[in-house]
Design a protein around this ligand. Structure first.
Ligand SMILES: [Fe+2]
Length: 253
């Protein structure tokens, strides 16, 4: 069982990394449990539709911005912008488009209706998480790299999703989750390398103020996941997870 100490004393890069990992692994365990619990019993079709609608929004929302960035970077390609970086950003854009496509396919199968991509909207919980992520980007390079930890939550949630079984919809959904799981794992490993490298190069004085933010971010993402699936975990279970009574989820390396 992972637990996050109430009092922090991050004095070294190792200790900082250990505490950040503990908080994220704890709440990623919570995210895994949300998805496993949701699919563990029959649920109203509307709940699955509501999750898919939000997830479609999450996958497609950054694509126009990423596309504009690729156009901008083109002007600097093989000048100040490395072609390997350009390639990586182009693949990342394609990944998000694919995540959107596989989930929108399932949604369309469920509802029999095609929806324009721009119709998908964030929920209140999603907007709250986005605001918290924006805050992280104001906390320096390390804060930004902490926000980059987010794919770990996707690894946990879609790792649970790819194990669902049932009829044609469930089978297609499990396959979609597997596609997303594998790519999120790849993004997670990359963002971990960036984060670990930055931690090694940072002044330890910046570590302690970032720990409350890391915990808040990990928790908010977990709460969003629970809300997105129409609250399969009750308030009492959330309190237990807050207290560390949960199987931590550690993305495979
Ligand atoms: Fe995605």
């Amino acid at each position: 069982m992972a637990s996050v100490p109430a009092r922090v004393g991050a004095t070294s890069a190792y200790e900082f990394l250990r505490q950040v990992e503990a908080a994220f692994h704890q709440y990623w365990g919570g995210q895994y449990e949300v998805v496993a619990t949701f699919f563990g019993q029959p649920r109203p079709r509307e709940e699955l539709i509501a999750w898919l609608e939000l997830q479609c929004y999450k996958e497609i929302k950054a694509v126009p911005q990423m596309a504009r960035r690729l156009v901008e970077l083109y002007d600097e390609l093989d000048d100040t912008v490395e072609r390997s970086r350009y390639e990586a950003e182009a693949y990342e854009l394609a990944d998000e488009v694919q995540h959107y496509r596989v989930l929108a396919d399932v949604l369309e199968l469920l509802t029999g209706q095609r929806r324009p991509a721009r119709d998908f909207r964030p929920t209140a919980e999603q907007s709250k998480l986005e605001a918290l992520r924006r805050e992280g980007k104001t906390l320096g390079e390390l804060g930004e790299a902490l926000v980059g930890f987010a794919p770990g939550g996707g690894v946990a949630a879609f790792g649970a999703g790819m194990r669902i079984a049932g009829g044609p919809i469930e089978r297609q959904l499990a396959k979609a989750c597997q596609v997303i799981y594998e790519q999120e794992l790849h993004h997670y490993r990359e963002s971990r390398l960036i984060f670990d490298g930055l931690v090694r190069r940072s002044d330890p004085a910046v570590f302690e103020p970032l720990l409350p933010y890391a915990r808040a971010l990990a928790r908010e993402h977990f709460l969003l996941r629970n809300a997105a699936f129409s609250f399969p975990l009750a308030t009492e279970r959330i309190a237990e997870i807050d207290a560390g009574h949960v199987e931590p989820f550690v993305p495979p390396l």
